[in-house]
Design a protein around this ligand. Structure first.
Ligand code: FES
Length: 100
């Protein structure tokens, strides 16, 4: 199996039981899935994009984690995703959006 270079984890606030609910979901995080997937395809970034349960940093949401770099981003917006992907293509993080 060919593994992707990157794994994007978009918090969508899933709970153990029941539907997605919580800060990241309410902030529209689910819409980031398609956006990141399309941007990665356009940029030639080999990635899988998926959602997660609550990552327990709700106060800093919406949250996006980029692996294998272990970059945890907070306050994610579509504009910030563009910056995050720009930086990733340069092998960097956008330090100001990283969750401390
Ligand atoms: S709902 Fe996203 S970190 Fe908790």
């Amino acid at each position: 199996m060919k593994k992707p270079d990157y794994l994007f984890l978009v918090c969508n606030s899933y709970r153990v039981a029941g539907d997605a609910q919580g800060f990241c979901n309410k902030q529209g995080a689910v819409s980031f899935l398609q956006y990141i997937t399309e941007e990665c395809a356009d940029r030639g970034i080999d990635a899988v994009v998926t959602t997660t349960a609550c990552l327990s940093v709700c106060s800093q949401g919406p949250v996006l984690v980029v692996q294998p770099n272990n970059y945890w981003y907070g306050g994610v917006t579509q504009d910030r995703i563009d910056e995050i992907l720009d930086a990733l293509e340069e092998g960097k993080a956008v330090e100001e959006y990283l969750i401390a």
